[in-house]
Design a binder for this molecule. Structure first.
Ligand SMILES: N[C@@H](CCC(=O)N[C@@H](CS)C(=O)NCC(=O)O)C(=O)O
Length: 191
């Protein structure tokens, strides 16, 4: 998953990828279930340890390879960074899902009400993120796992033809900042 590739890249770590073809159901085959019994990607194998779930993998990377740090030192700032990780997964991603799953369907099968609902929700999320960035370069002051978690959903939003509007200048500037990092291009999915 891109979120994990960005964390690996930001930490300067090397890894080898084995792509699991979800369209062929490879994630439910015994060979993969032996690695991740939950049957979902991604999973990380490191030094004999198997870690799954992209959030947990990134926390593992932070614990095992603390430099460069992707969480601030102060407990309150760490909690703030993690809260944006949670926001990306629990709130932003489900709203985007309403849009993207429908846009992937043939035109006649699209549920436009769902798409519009998703679009409205995304705007509300952007308004929140805009406020949270006031006076900050990154959501928790320094680059963190919180910023990184927001990148894949926003990249998918852009790939679908949407743009963050000029009514969200802090978010736009932050997005350009994230896209200009080498980890953005280097983590691009293969398709
Ligand atoms: N919370 C998990 C979600 C994992 C997840 O849902 N992965 C999807 C791909 S993005 C998957 O494996 N889907 C295949 C399936 O559910 O069978 C994470 O962040 O790693």
């Amino acid at each position: 998953m891109r979120k994990t590739r960005i964390a690996l890249l930001e930490k300067g770590l090397k890894w080898e990828t084995t792509w699991v073809d979800l369209t062929k159901g490879e994630q439910k085959k015994p060979e993969y279930l032996a690695i991740n019994p939950v049957g979902k990607v991604p999973a990380l194998i490191d030094d004999g340890a198997v870690v799954h779930d992209s959030t947990i993998i990134n926390e593992y990377l932070e614990d095992k390879f603390p430099q460069p740090a992707l969480l601030p030192g102060d407990p309150a700032a760490r909690a703030r960074a993690r809260s944006f990780e949670d926001y990306a997964d629990a709130y932003l991603a489900p709203s985007l899902f309403k849009i993207l799953t429908n846009l992937r369907k043939p035109e006649a099968e699209r549920d436009w009400e769902k798409i519009r609902e998703g679009e409205r929700e995304v705007k509300d999320h952007f308004a929140f993120l805009e406020r949270e960035l006031a006076g900050r370069q990154f959501f928790a002051g320094q680059l963190s796992l919180g910023d990184i978690s927001l990148v894949p959903p926003l990249a998918n939003y852009e790939r679908a033809g949407y743009r963050i509007g000029p009514e969200f200048p802090n978010l736009m500037a932050w997005w350009e900042r994230m896209k200009s990092r080498p980890s953005f291009a280097a983590s691009m999915p293969p398709d």
